[in-house]
Design a protein around this ligand. Structure first.
Ligand SMILES: O=P(O)(O)OC[C@H]1O[C@H](O[C@H]2O[C@H](CO)[C@@H](O)[C@H](O)[C@H]2O)[C@H](O)[C@@H](O)[C@@H]1O
Length: 398
């Protein structure tokens, strides 16, 4: 595997919205990419290209990001804060965490504020799967949601239109969630099945497959990346073949996208897996790279993402462009940021980031983990149940 090629890399990655992920690549992985250097060029398009160094040699800790990687991995400095004669040893992480929660308050502690805004509005719930409904585990095939979480999601869907929007294939995430009452969007929103009322789906959604008897009369499919199916299949097979020698690597085919996992790969082999994916993708300019949680997500270069899927589902449910609707999207990963962005635009709804550590995000609120997600969903159900009961009671005494 040639680490010294000196041509500019055509590999496109999603724009890095956060200086910490300069190229949309976690600093640990970025530092290990050949010729990655600070301040990558931002091409006119929205993607970032990684310029290859002329010499093709990695010869400066700054230029290849090793220093960044070392800094981000070194233990945070302890700071002593004298306050009321009490010395609290807060490290940078504690201080960063406190300021982060001020910026992205807990959706649990802000619950009253959220339902206050939801009064007289129709809430629509959009849920990511991995890291949101199920905890992050080493093996993607063992990422199961608990029965308690399943009950919480089922109860939410009794009161609010509810959709799952996942990077996994739609079939796979339907199998994992196992609730037929919901709408599902797999492949990072590129494969949507839901009860779409056609009066709301504008005719220009040419990829909308009309219902058939087998699926049920009011169920439709929307697959904007259908033309990419053969390409994804081909790249998937190549990725499997070319990574099979890397211990711990796992490649998944999600129909309209693919994932290369390095969670179980020894960190010293990260440059190998990164280079391997990079060398494959450079021959596919119609595919792009997005970084998830220790996973390299390969997706078609189309103007479609989880944010577009939220907008499509709202429109298909007759809930778009209405000020009496409050969409809430709960997610944990980089690709969920597209949905957070849509809801932040025009302040039309709430994105809730699931993260135990501070991360720059377009979300409004935060939750620490799937357990807190479940608490939040159950709180919504209790609130709606009580509200419905009091309305019925009021009507009965009128
Ligand atoms: O959009 P999502 O539903 O959150 O799916 C995103 C990716 O989730 C899965 O990978 C992540 O979870 C795995 C199981 O906990 C974990 O092992 C992996 O490191 C995480 O990245 C799934 O396997 C990916 O294909 C999805 O794209």
């Amino acid at each position: 595997m040639d680490l010294k090629s000196n041509h500019a890399s055509p590999v496109l990655t999603d724009p890095a919205p956060i200086n910490k992920l300069r190229l949309g690549i976690p600093s640990g992985l970025l530092a290990l990419l050949p010729h990655s250097q600070p301040g990558a060029l931002f091409s006119s398009s929205k993607y970032v290209t990684i310029p290859r160094k002329k010499t093709g040699m990695i010869n400066d800790v700054r230029s290849n990001g090793w220093l960044d990687a070392m800094k981000s991995s070194s233990p945070p400095r302890k700071k002593l804060i004298k306050d009321f004669n009490v010395e609290a040893a807060l490290d940078d992480a504690d201080i960063a965490s406190c300021s982060w929660v001020l910026k992205y308050p807990s959706a649990l502690s802000s619950f009253e504020k959220i339902i206050d805004r939801a009064k007289n509005k129709k809430i629509a719930i959009f849920l990511d799967y991995d890291g949101t409904l199920s905890p992050i585990v080493d093996d993607p095939d063992r990422a199961l949601m608990s029965n308690e979480m399943r009950s919480a999601v089922r109860n939410v869907s009794k009161y609010f239109p509810t959709a799952i929007i996942s990077g996994r294939s739609r079939d796979k995430v339907y199998e994992l969630v196992g609730l037929k009452e919901l709408c599902y969007a797999g492949s990072h929103g590129m494969d949507i099945m839901g009860t779409l009322s056609h009066s709301h789906v504008s005719n220009d959604h040419s990829n909308c497959i009309k219902p058939n008897e087998k699926q049920g009369k009011d169920v439709s499919l929307f697959q904007p990346a259908r033309e990419f199916l053969p390409l994804i299949d081909e790249v998937f097979r190549t990725l499997v073949e070319n990574t099979k020698g890397i211990k711990g690597a796992k490649v998944e085919n999600h129909k309209f996208c693919a994932s290369v996992h390095y969670r179980n790969v020894d960190e010293m082999n990260w440059p190998t897996i990164a280079q391997c994916v990079h060398d494959i993708l450079k021959d596919y300019p119609r595919l792009r790279l997005t970084h998830g949680r220790k996973v390299l997500e390969i997706r078609p270069v189309i103007d479609w993402n989880k944010g577009k899927a939220v907008e499509f589902l709202l429109e298909s449910l007759g809930l778009s462009n209405r000020n009496d609707v409050l969409p809430i999207y709960i997610g944990d990963d980089r690709t969920d940021e597209d949905a957070f962005k849509v809801l932040r635009e025009g302040n039309r709804g709430y994105g809730i980031l699931v993260s135990a550590v501070p991360k720059e995000t377009n979300a409004f609120y935060s939750l620490k983990n799937p357990d807190e997600v479940m608490k939040f969903l159950n709180s919504l159900v209790t609130w709606k149940h009580d509200q419905t009961k009091s309305v019925i009671h009021r009507r009965s005494i009128e």
